[in-house]
Design a protein around this ligand. Sequence first.
Ligand SMILES: C[S@@+](CC[C@H](N)C(=O)[O-])C[C@H]1O[C@@H](n2cnc3c(N)ncnc32)[C@H](O)[C@@H]1O
Length: 294
Amino acid sequence: MVEKRLSDCAKIASLAALAGDILALSGVENPQIEAEALMAEALGTSRSGVLMRLREEPGQAVRGRFTGLVERRTAREPLQYILGRQEFSGRIFKVNPAVLVPRPETETLAREGADFLKGLNSPLAADIGTGSGCIAVTLALEAPGSFIYAVDSSGAALKTAAANAEKNGAAGGVEFLKGDLLQPLSGRGLQGRLDLVISNPPYIPTDDMQGLQPEVLYEPKAALDGGPDGLDAIRRLVREAPAYLRPGGRLMFEIGFGQAGAVREMINGEPGLYFEKIILDFAGIERIISAVKR
Ligand SMILES: C[S@@+](CC[C@H](N)C(=O)[O-])C[C@H]1O[C@@H](n2cnc3c(N)ncnc32)[C@H](O)[C@@H]1O
């Protein structure tokens, strides 16, 4: 279907314009920009490279590649999985269906963590649920002298995260550990020593999973589903992190829409922590929580 419609277009300009219309009909939010990104991928160039070649008539190989990419996007596969990459805090991270596509609000979490670590001498941190490794790699590169333990329960995610650490020059500053939340930190002499435990945990209530954008269904369920009220992983982080933090250390994590009240109560009920602050995301939603180890 997509192939038949695109076959009527001779030039890159008309191919990209029609693909934009097709993507718009499929419900893609920025159809024209994405059509150009897919054309850039098919041509092996950048988006500005596409704009310089609009009058060209592409050969069969490029047309075939472009059609395949547009078909995947009309099925609402995330653009980032199709391209295999996503920018996070100014660096490119490899992504695939084993890892969540890093979100802009998580850049705020990573920056907050890095700002806290920057002033410290040889800081130690743990990124729990590292996924693509975006937070761990950002911390390792932006907080000089830091060392980050990056945990995930998914071996496939850890493989991607390790590749991202290597690709971005952070491999020496991050150790990847497989297991359940903070459990892999035990037996390493880290009790009471970490400056920061940071996490973007799964926090979507199970019943809300069906109502998500079609793109999200391509992402790993374990990265998203936070149990009946979305707070399963957060409850455990709040309970288990204090044992690993030194006094004055921080527990920072991302939360979902409407969870701030319950999470503050949880922190108030945890003797090892006190609430420090909530940071809003770009949409004004309470998104990042910081608590201090007593
Ligand atoms: C929301 S994703 C965050 C990924 C990445 N840190 C980011 O911000 O883009 C949550 C990650 O936690 C991992 N995860 C879920 N439950 C876990 C558990 N019990 N123990 C360790 N990792 C877990 C998932 O595999 C997933 O990679």
